[in-house]
Each structure stands twice: as structure tokens, then as C-alpha cells.
Design a protein around this ligand. Sequence first.
Ligand code: MN
Ligand code: MN
Length: 329
Amino acid sequence: MRGYQPPDALEFPRFAGIRTFMRLPHVSTAEGMDVAIVGLPFDTGATFRVGARFGPEAIRSASVLLRPYHPFLGVHLFEHLSIVDYGDAPVAPGFIEDSLRRIADFLTPLTTAGVIPIGLGGDHSVLLGELRAVAAAYGPVALVQFDSHPDTWDAYFGHRYTHGTVVRRAAEEGLIRPEHSIQVGLRGPLYGPADWQAARDLGLEILSAAEVRALGLDAVVRRILRRVGDRPTFLSVDIDFFDPAYAPGTGTPEVGGFASWEGLALLRGLAGLPMVGADVVEVLPAYDPGGITALLAANVVYEVLALLAVRRREGMPGIALLGGRPEGL
Ligand code: MN
Ligand code: MN
């Protein structure tokens, strides 16, 4: 085993102990780890339902069900990755611009040490803080976004920083490479045709939910991998990519979305994606009967961890050495 890992659930019950992601050690120094799970308990960027500030704790609680071996990718996470729960970013509820700075400041020691942060949201506005930290280490990155919304609107209620404007702000700040970025799963009623066109005008590729269905999952995976190439990539999963039947606990649900298995299959197909950061956002426990949205979010993170483990096992560049600089990026 490589480093930090959870206690053996056959020796110590999974429901016991203090809740960290996957029962991992809570470590707050950026040493000896490949991946850090980070809570981003912030929802001041939400424009409709609020409460995603409680998303991280719900995802952590659901994550105790996860087991370390991924049968479909044939990989044991902790043979290849040292993973910790880094705790929560010190956000200031009600103060979005300050919170985004705090998130970036909290994550930058990780990214500059070559540690891959995986954020637990939180509304999608937190992405701007994450991307600032990632860009500080790698320069502008490719963005792969699973979402029912492009999040490229210019302003809400006259304000520029919200969960619906975050991707536009990221492009303006030069944090992403739009020409190598792609948004997958767009759907739902719009204000007008300009809404999706705005994403294209920024240079992003978009695949609507209908296009994903028409193309099929394998073709979508190929489109994503081709778009990104070997560039450092941030993978952002807005849980509203999934249908509200599978993910009701979210801020702005849109019907006609994807089943759990479809989203997991898409993620699984992305083995080889040169990820330098990832997140799962918009999990809102107050609207989540049975905790099914949080459970799905925990499994999304699990798929991301498995992708990283496969990439390291195959010796592909883009995964940092323990305590070292990123290789090949
Ligand atoms: Mn969304
Ligand atoms: Mn979003």
C-alpha cells in the first residue's frame, strides 16, 4: 500500500468513527499524499435553492459505504494512491468573493505541491476558487464539465459571482482553455437561444443531453478525450447532470437527465484523462430523501479516484510523485 488509506472495514465497522471521506485520515499538511479530498461548504452563489453548504458532510457520511477495490476497472485505490481528507475550506458564508479567495488560498499549497484536490460542494461557484488554485500550479487547464447548465451567464441580479456565471468568470480570468474544454449534458428550459450560444462564443464545446443520447456513451467519451488531449484537466461534476429521479437533492434540478449508471459509465470511460483536480458540487441534503444524491456524489468521487489510480498504475504522466512536482505537465 502506498500511504494514507482507510482502516480495514472487516476489522473496524464502517459506521463507527469520526466522519471523513471514506474514513480516510484527516491530514492538513500537503505531504505524503497524492490526492486530498476537500470540503467546500459554501452556497452563497446559489440562485434558487440554498443548503449545499451541508453537501460535504452528507457526501462524507454516504462515503463510508465505499470499498477500496474497483471491480470494473480492476484497481485497488490504495495500492496506487495515498489519499487523505484535508478537511473543509474556511469559507465566509454570505461573502462570495472573499470565500472564493479563501478557497483558492486553502487549495494552492496542495496544487503547487502536486497534490490533486477533489472538492466536495457546495454550490458550483466554488469552482472558481478551485480553478484559481489549479491554474496557479499548471496554468490554464482544460475543463470537463458534466452539468445540465453551462454556467456561462454574465450576471444574476446584477452580480457577477454566482454558480450560474462561474465558467464565464473562469474563462475571463484565463483559468481555463476553452478550446480544449467541453460541457456535457446541457438541457432544460432557457431564457433564450443565446444561453447556450454564450458558451460556444467563449470557445467551449457543448454536448446537450439529447446529443449525448444520440451519440451514445462511447462516442461521448471519445469526444471528451479528443477535446482534452494530454492537457492538464479539471473534471467538474455538477450533480444536476443526473436526472432528479437519481439526484433530487440539488439546487436547480432539470428533468430528462441521466441515470446513475450512465454517468458512472461515462466517468469510467475517461481512464487516461490527465486530471489535476476534480469536484462534485450542488449536493443539497435538505432536498435529498434517503440520502440518494449524496450517495451518488460519493460514488462519483470514487470513480474519479479509480481513474487516478488506473492512470498511476499505467505510468501515465500527470500524477505527481509523493511530495514532488507533477510529472510531465
Ligand atoms: Mn447545473
Ligand atoms: Mn453547474
